[in-house]
Write a protein that binds this ligand. Structure first.
Ligand SMILES: NC(=O)c1ccc[n+]([C@@H]2O[C@H](COP(=O)([O-])OP(=O)(O)OC[C@H]3O[C@@H](n4cnc5c(N)ncnc54)[C@H](OP(=O)(O)O)[C@@H]3O)[C@@H](O)[C@H]2O)c1
Length: 340
């Protein structure tokens, strides 16, 4: 096209079209050609008796993305909430549902997916993730968190996460998953995986917030076309992040809450973000996503530097702030050493 004409068209096009204001449902692209809505409702630690109402309320008030996992133990009630949402007129095809394969099912992927689908009352999920790259004993003393007599985690060292992912790949032809991906994968884990499999994960769901920006994972995923979904954006339950000075300065400038800034931070970075709440007024409040400029983003990204917070790199996998003072459950075992 004629460069002069191009310039004219750009000048004449309203900036709201060139840079549309982000919203809770901004469709973010996945490498499958589908999109994922920017904001999802988290369901971890959403208690029985509360999560059905939370999911139904979210769907009826405009949420289009629900994040689940088999290990959360509440998929049946999440399914009841989905059903109530559908009964109110929300269409299945208009919402995005993610769920995750649990560690004791690494060698039985389709079996675990089928259990989740049954509980959720769905024929398919939009995204199926390997929750952690750590296989645990499928025949241990607990169906979810098997342990040895000395209390250490009972890992399945005869299995590896690449073979798990190959089973995920096979699900794509069943119609039961629209996309597959991973969660809690650090860069070395992603590199090892990409070398050995055919389908590039559509997403990597990681802990992400101003205390833990994980920029190297975010940048690596961007370079490979892997979408980032941020979990624990408030730093999870009891987090001090709502009181962070830099977060509140940005919030005051925009006349919004600290929560809005913490969620908007991810959308400005091109990620989707999961906010968990079972409280209807907070589910409503969390819908507010605002644009943040480069200076504001930089101020938020500086928080972890100013606080002297460093990543906690576990010997086994990924990074996570949830258990900073505890030894990692995999001990010295690194699933990366166990690949074909
Ligand atoms: N892939 C993984 O390994 C992984 C790990 C962790 C989490 N996740 C996913 O990510 C989701 C979100 O992470 P998260 O549950 O750890 O924590 P989070 O969303 O960062 O924080 C949830 C906490 O913040 C409270 N809250 C919610 N909105 C609020 C607001 N506007 N103002 C003040 N407090 C607010 C919630 O309480 P109320 O419920 O009482 O409002 C709850 O105590 C999870 O639910 C799960 O779906 C995935």
């Amino acid at each position: 096209m004629n460069p002069q004409l191009c310039k004219f068209i750009l000048k004449a096009t309203p900036s709201s079209i060139i840079n549309p204001k982000p919203t809770m449902n901004t469709p973010l692209p996945l490498n499958t050609g589908a999109t994922i809505p920017a904001l999802g409702l988290g369901t971890w630690q959403s208690e029985p008796g509360q999560v059905k109402t939370a999911v139904a309320h979210a769907l009826k008030t405009g949420y289009k993305h629900i994040d689940c996992a088999y290990v959360y133990g509440n998929e049946e009630e999440v399914g009841e909430g989905l059903k109530e949402g559908f009964a109110s007129g929300v269409k299945r095809e208009d919402i995005h549902v993610t769920t995750k394969l649990w560690c004791t099912y690494h060698s039985r992927v389709e079996e675990n997916l089928d259990l989740s689908l049954k509980k959720l009352g769905l024929d398919y999920v939009d995204l199926y993730l390997m929750h952690w790259p750590v296989p645990m004993n499928p025949n241990g003393n607990d169906p979810m968190f098997p342990k040895h007599p000395d209390g250490s985690r009972d890992l399945d060292k005869s299995w590896n996460f690449v073979d798990t992912y190959k089973q995920l790949e096979k699900l794509l032809s069943t119609g039961k998953v629209k996309a597959i991906g991973v969660s809690n994968f650090s860069v070395p884990y992603l590199e090892a995986l990409l070398k050995r499999v055919e389908v590039v994960p559509a997403a990597n769901q990681i802990e992400n917030h101003p205390y833990l920006p994980q920029q190297e994972i975010v940048d690596f995923c961007k370079s490979k076309g892997i979408h980032i979904t941020a979990y624990s954006p408030f730093g999870s339950t009891g987090s001090p992040m709502f009181k962070e000075e830099a977060v509140n300065e940005v919030a005051q400038k925009h006349k919004v809450t600290a929560g809005t800034v913490l969620l908007s931070y991810h959308v400005a970075r091109g990620s989707s973000v999961l906010a968990k709440s079972v409280n209807p007024s907070r589910i409503d409040e969390n819908k507010n996503i605002i644009p943040l400029d480069a200076e504001e983003l930089a101020a938020l990204e500086d928080i972890h530097k100013n606080k002297g917070l460093t990543r906690f790199v576990y010997p086994g996998f990924g990074v996570n702030l949830h258990f900073p003072d505890k030894p990692h459950p995999t001990g010295d075992y690194d699933p990366l050493d166990n690949l074909p």
